[in-house]
Ligand binder design. Structure first.
Ligand SMILES: Nc1ncnc2c1ncn2[C@@H]1O[C@H](COP(=O)(O)OP(=O)(O)OP(=O)(O)O)[C@@H](O)[C@H]1O
Ligand SMILES: [Mg+2]
Length: 475
């Protein structure tokens, strides 16, 4: 891989050095060009000596054919963005922060292996670098689980000084434990490397100070010195955002495809359904009500009507892209929706109450859509709650988050834990005559309003849906 470097400081020198020293078998990197506005920058002389292409303007890199990777080492984000916008699509670019990883790992390697590292160690470094081109938390850990080196990023995150970490057990520092990690939630990748001699990966679940779940991906690469396994280089990264993003994307993709499908299918099905309904009604007109055929036709009409309900939900769902938002009073919409659902609640002898915020700022919403989701959630709650149970609708203004919160809670049957991740999926239902689209539509509408919906449920005790809607930014 042919590399061009922007910024000929000591890091550039170091990069040239590490590439020269180690045998990176698979990518065989070589520096071929260096750019710096200062002719006397430390790496410029060496670059000239080596016969590399040397320039004061990195723009000269873009029309050179032999460059495959541009490494930005000045730390100036504007330069990096400029490179990204001008480079050819087949050329890769690495930012200063990422390049620091090379620096940190190299430092760690020098500390562990000294001058005559073995090939396997260089390979381990290569693996670490090639697989993880983003600056992460890096530690070098010995076979005795003691930390031998740590990078600054990780130190800063831990809020500790280097000498408070070096020589201490890794599990003490990162998990506040007195023994190595174990079990399914916290498998120890270091133990795995010591056992197999091969690199190992694990994902740990950590709770932050606010009790929120964080997923941390940990990779360990073996460090071999004179043929003997000495320890590992461990890289860890908080991947919570990636996981959440992926989950959201999956949900979004599902919604988009189901939206397209439903618009087409629902439209096509509506006409034949109407024909079935009217035909069976017409035949019924000529029949005695107690005749067998009349009864069969009643079943046909009932089922056709059920299909219509599904089609209507599908059309609502497909139509949800057109939301007409304007500043509106959420409390008013909640009260109106309660009027519409009160009959069902009374019929089931379920108490329906509201605790609404006294002064709620206006929210940018599509009135009909928000009413639809309140009705969806309330009907679900009524259906899940046995007679004598309670349902409450709450609104609240969360000033410090510039958000309005709405909660629909019930004292119903609750949702099985294994179903919690499925309830927003299209067509997921546990009801005999449900379409499984109510919550899918609700989720889609909330997303369109830039809000979030979350659920908490305890089997046999009840369920609580929480919706957060952002307020317009103050001008
Ligand atoms: N408040 C609740 N309590 C218990 N389970 C719930 C609650 N709300 C939703 N569910 C579960 O989530 C599933 C999906 O709900 P959703 O509203 O999407 O569809 P549905 O109610 O089954 O059908 P439809 O809304 O078309 O009548 C329900 O079948 C039920 O199992
Ligand atoms: Mg429903």
């Amino acid at each position: 891989m042919k590399i061009a470097v922007v910024g000929a400081g000591t890091r550039c020198l170091y990069l040239m050095d590490i590439i020269e020293k180690y045998d990176f078998k698979m990518i065989s990197p070589s520096v071929v060009a260096v750019a710096d506005i200062h002719d006397d920058a430390p790496a410029m002389a060496k670059a000239r000596e080596k016969g590399f292409f040397v320039t004061n303007d990195y723009n000269d890199f873009f029309d050179r054919d032999n460059i495959e990777l541009i490494v930005e080492l000045t730390g100036d984000l504007n330069i990096y963005n400029d490179i990204l916008s001008k480079k050819k699509s087949n050329v890769r670019a690495i930012a200063h922060t990422t390049a620091l990883l090379f620096w940190e790992i190299g430092k760690a390697a020098q500390l562990c292996g000294k001058a005559n590292q073995e090939l396997s160690e260089a390979q381990a470094l290569y693996n670490a670098m090639a697989n993880k081109l983003i600056l992460e938390d890096v530690t070098v850990i010995g076979k005795d689980y003691k930390i031998r080196d740590i990078n600054d990023t990780f130190l800063n995150k831990l809020g500790l000084k280097r000498d408070e970490v070096i020589g201490h057990y890794c599990y003490e520092i990162t998990h506040h434990q007195s023994a190595p990690c174990s079990g399914e939630e916290h498998p120890c990748p270091l133990a795995e490397v010591l056992k197999t001699g091969k690199s190992s990966k694990a994902t740990h679940t950590h709770l932050d100070q606010n009790g929120s779940k964080h997923y941390v991906s940990i990779s360990c690469y073996p460090l071999v010195e004179n043929g003997e396994l000495k320890g590992v280089i461990e890289l860890s990264k908080d991947i919570t955002e990636d996981i959440d993003f992926e989950k959201n994307m999956m949900q979004q993709e599902k919604l988009v495809s189901i939206g397209r499908l439903s618009a087409g299918v629902a439209h096509e099905i509506n006409n034949p359904l109407t024909t079935i309904l009217t035909s069976s009604m017409l035949i019924q007109e000529d029949l005695e009500e107690d005749s067998e055929i009349y009864k069969e036709l009643t079943i046909i009409s009932k089922e056709a009507l059920r299909c219509r309900k599904i089609v209507k939900s599908l059309l609502d769902f497909a139509r949800q892209s057109k939301s007409l938002k304007k500043p509106d009073n959420l409390n008013e919409i909640i009260e109106e929706s309660m009027i519409l659902t009160r009959k069902q609640a009374n019929f089931k002898d379920v108490q329906l109450t509201a605790a609404l915020a006294e002064s709620l700022p206006k929210v940018d919403i599509d009135r009909d859509q928000i009413q639809q989701i309140i009705i969806n959630l309330t009907l679900n709650a009524i259906e899940a709650t046995p007679p004598g149970g309670k349902i409450q609708l709450v609104s609240q203004y969360i000033e410090n988050k510039n958000t309005v919160k709405m909660v629909v809670s019930d004292t119903g049957e609750g949702i099985r834990p294994e179903n919690l991740s499925k309830i927003f999926d299209p067509f997921f239902t546990t009801k005999k005559s449900g379409t499984g689209l109510g919550l899918t539509i609700t989720h889609g509408i909330i997303e369109q309003h830039g809000g979030t919906i979350s659920v908490e449920s305890t089997l046999g005790k009840g369920t609580q849906f929480t919706i957060l809607l952002p307020l317009p930014k103050e001008k």
